[in-house]
Design a protein around this ligand. Structure first.
Ligand code: ADP
Ligand code: ZN
Ligand code: ZN
Length: 795
């Protein structure tokens, strides 16, 4: 870990050659260095503001690097201190205007401090790469009439004769330019459009330019395709809010109008009309002259919710991972210009440059995907609350299954208010939940373990198909099989880089391709590591003892195959990140909405945000996938997943049924979910968390170290242990420490891993600990070390 930020006061970059006068600017570079650097801004460049980028020479080789201006030094004492060093000079100012305003700068500093991340890396995560690269900005040739050289509608050549009008084409060109009022660079006309309109080649235009009657110029324009395709939202009717919705909305609106910070937790069962409340709250926010940001889990974004927002808001900007660089840049620029009243996006949209922010909505606030798993390891929800705080804005956290952290905040923090929508809209009943115990579901004659569909579920599927209704099946595991092993010697296929078993992905049958590409002794497909993506062929027989290899642990590909066998008439589509690679997710959803698909089968991608009234059956093929992960949130995840997916069923008067297949029918998380008993589940789980000093009662941080060489890792980890213990005892911090210990997956991508798990009753002690550690010199030997504050898992 590197130095404290304040050390940079004395850490200016030395340079013997630079001797320029000007203001001193303090900048953050994206080099991983945990300090700021001072440079002189040569006077002739003009002024800069915090949030603008400059280019500076860095390091011994004076490599030019972009950097964000954090501060322009005005304090005379500090200036004197800086002058003791010969500072290097800024080379170029990169941005005309700041990319981050004062509030976002403040947010960045908070993230840097709270999540223990160098400020430069926070900045670089806040502004999309597409924006920094000017993605999609092209130079376009344009033409305008040259009024400045005295051009008036009467045209004279240089020799005084009326030459221009001699050519019909030239005359036409001039007329078109006059009609479109292309009189200067701003109003200039696109060159190719002009030539097309005049139906002529370039040469008459060039002659006009030579005679200085027109001017040719280049103009920067941003080209990007529109971001939302049409045709997914079937909604046009306006609804009348029910009593619970109205009550929730009234509260939120009164808070928005007070212009002060507060958090509403909107706990509403699936289909209780939460989104409708968000939309109306945003309408009120806009009416009050302010703007809003809406965060959704990534996958819900590519689906119907975006369409709904677009139907309701004219000035909407959208930011999600499927956008191309130019699209993202165009959306960001429109937000930055204040053209968007509402920004809807995934996690990083919380950094959208929205001014006059009045409301932030986090839908499905319990979702683990709001936590970023690379530096900076921030939680989108928690950053949203902080941003609302900075902006004196209101924040809505919505969910059918709020996280235990959020529920705990409702009980302990005064600016949190819990609002509930206990019923589905139109008084629709919750779907009927049916448990299928997979241990007893099959008759003795049937093969157990190999089958994914229980007889009960299969029968119900046939009925649904007969009635012309639709079904969604969830199997939260990609691929075909995730455990390939030899039954006689127990050899299993594991990744050579990671400490995990490989997942078998069957090769799709491609027409016109021979199957022989895999060789006679190989099974047709690849074993892929889901962590490092290493790929290998799979032998039919065990490399150690030559017995036949077996596959257990079944994935979504296998489900698709079983459906084809058991329900040959059903039109089935698989949706997961494999099958959707390069395919149009929208197109599949549209086909499903139009009834061209009977069964959608797939992974978690199906659990969120889908609203199809004709879906009367949902099957959770295995409720157990998350249950036995060695992680303290696995019960919570299991409960959330079952409720989430179940919510896709019965969204019309046709009603709905949910089958939950499990081998562990008496597990509390499953029992509670089946009874729809959220508060029962929460009460029990909270007790357990409290007893084990776990979040939300205690705070947690993980210090993760990794290195390809285990011995080096161990040496460094032991030193880290000494440091941690040293600070904890010197500062008398109330922190319990475990480690160094191997996490459940002890090696990933050839890196061995060792973790420290730190727990404390309050976050301030952890903050103090990391503040001290950041001031210390780096460990020797150096190994990669990461800090994860409020981790979402301990795997
Ligand atoms: P949630 O976000 O809680 O899942 P939505 O807001 O998406 O619920 O509402 C589900 C469906 O019910 C949507 O089609 C929505 O238009 C409709 N809806 C919402 N509120 C009402 C209401 N008060 N009366 C009738 N329909 C409603
Ligand atoms: Zn073997
Ligand atoms: Zn691997």
């Amino acid at each position: 870990m590197a130095k404290d930020l304040t050390k940079s006061l004395f850490g200016g970059e030395l340079d013997d050659t630079a001797d320029v006068s000007g203001q001193i600017v303090r900048v953050a570079l994206d080099t991983g260095a945990d300090s700021l650097f001072d440079y002189v801004l040569p006077e002739f460049m003009g002024a800069v503001e915090p949030g603008q980028r400059v280019q500076v020479p860095f390091g011994r080789a004076n490599k030019l690097q972009p950097a964000f201006v954090v501060e322009v030094i005005t304090d005379s004492e500090e200036i004197e201190k800086c002058k003791r060093f010969k500072l290097k000079a800024v080379k170029v100012i990169l941005d005309e205007l700041p990319l981050l305003d004062a509030q976002l700068m403040e947010l960045a500093k908070w993230i840097s401090q709270y999540y223990v991340c160098p400020l430069g890396q926070v900045f670089s995560a806040m502004v999309p790469a597409a924006v920094k690269k000017d993605a999609g900005v092209r130079k376009k040739a344009v033409v305008y009439l040259n009024c400045s050289t005295g051009f008036q509608p009467v045209i004279h050549g240089q020799d005084g004769r009326d030459t221009a009008l001699r050519s019909k084409k030239q005359k036409k060109l001039v007329e078109i330019l006059k009609d479109t009022k292309a009189f200067d660079a701003d109003s200039a006309m696109d060159k190719s459009a002009l030539l097309k309109a005049a139906d002529c080649t370039e040469s008459p235009l060039k002659q006009l330019a030579r005679k200085r009657i027109v001017k040719l110029a280049k103009k920067e324009v941003l080209h990007a395709l529109p971001v939302v395709p049409d045709g997914l939202s079937l909604e046009t009717k306006t609804v009348v809010l029910n009593k619970d919705q109205q009550k929730a909305l009234d509260f939120v609106c009164s808070e928005i109008e007070k212009n002060r910070f507060g958090v509403s937790v909107l706990h509403g069962v699936t289909d209780s009309g939460k989104t409708e409340v968000y939309i109306r709250a945003i309408e009120r926010c806009i009416a009050a002259g302010k703007r809003a940001i809406v965060l959704l889990p990534e996958i819900a974004l590519t689906a119907q919710t975006v369409q709904r927002f677009r139907n309701r808001f004219e000035n909407l900007a959208i930011l999600h991972s499927q956008l191309s660089g130019p699209q993202r840049n165009a959306q960001w620029q429109s937000i930055n210009k204040g053209q968007a009243d509402v920004v809807i996006g995934a996690r990083s949209a919380i950094f959208a440059p929205v001014s006059d922010l009045g409301l932030i909505v986090i839908d499905e606030e319990h979702e683990g995907s709001y936590k970023q798993d690379t530096v900076p390891r921030y939680h989108g929800r928690d950053v949203a609350v902080k941003r609302a705080h900075i902006a004196d804005a209101h924040c809505i956290l919505g969910s059918a299954t709020p996280s235990l952290e959020t529920l705990h905040n409702c009980e302990t923090k005064k600016h949190y208010t819990l609002l509930t929508l206990p019923k589905r809209v139109n008084d629709l009943p919750m779907p009927e939940m049916k448990l299928v115990n997979m241990l007893t579901a099959f008759a003795d004659t049937e093969h157990k373990g190999v089958q994914l569909l229980s007889p009960h579920l299969r029968e119900h599927l046939s009925k649904v198909l007969e009635k012309g209704e639709q079904a969604i099946l969830l199997l939260n595991r990609r691929g075909y099989s995730n455990f390939i092993y030899c039954p006689s010697c127990r050899h299993s296929l594991t990744c050579r880089n990671c400490d995990v078993t490989l997942t078998f992905h069957k090769k799709p049958k491609l027409e016109g391709r021979k199957e022989t590409t895999f060789g006679r002794h190989m099974i047709g497909g690849y074993a892929i590591c889901h962590y490092c993506l290493a790929k290998t062929l799979v032998p039919q027989t065990c490399p150690l003892c030559s017995s036949r290899m077996t596959m257990i642990g079944l994935g979504s590909q296998r489900l698709e195959e079983e459906l084809a066998k058991k329900l040959p008439k059903a039109r089935v589509r698989r949706i997961d990140s494999d099958s959707m690679a390069g395919q149009d997710y929208y197109a599949v959803l549209r086909e499903f909405a139009e009834g061209k698909i009977d069964i959608l089968a797939g992974t978690q991608m199906l659990a969120k945000g889908l609203h199809f009234p004709n879906v009367t059956l949902v099957g959770i093929i295995s409720a157990d996938t998350a249950l036995f992960l060695p992680d303290f949130r696995s019960n919570e995840r299991t409960f959330q997943l079952i409720s989430q997916v179940a919510g896709r069923a019965g969204r019309s008067e046709k009603g709905g049924t949910v089958y939950v297949q499990t081998f562990f029918a008496t597990q509390p998380a499953i029992e509670f979910a089946l009874r729809n008993d959220f508060s029962g589940f929460v009460a029990q789980e909270m007790e357990h968390r409290a007893a084990c000093s776990l979040p939300p009662y205690w705070r947690m941080a993980i210090v993760a170290m990794r290195d390809p060489k285990f011995e080096r890792l161990q040496t460094a980890a032991n030193q880290m242990k000494e440091r941690l213990e040293g600070v904890i005892s010197a500062e008398k911090l109330d922190i319990t420490m475990r480690g160094p210990q191997e996490p459940a997956i002890s090696r990933i991508q050839r890196f061995h891993r060792l973790h420290f798990i730190l727990q404390s009753p309050g976050v301030s002690h952890l903050q103090r600990l990391f503040e001290r550690l950041r001031q210390m010199a780096p460990l020797r030997p150096t190994v990669q070390t990461q800090v994860d504050i409020d981790p979402i898992g301990v795997l």
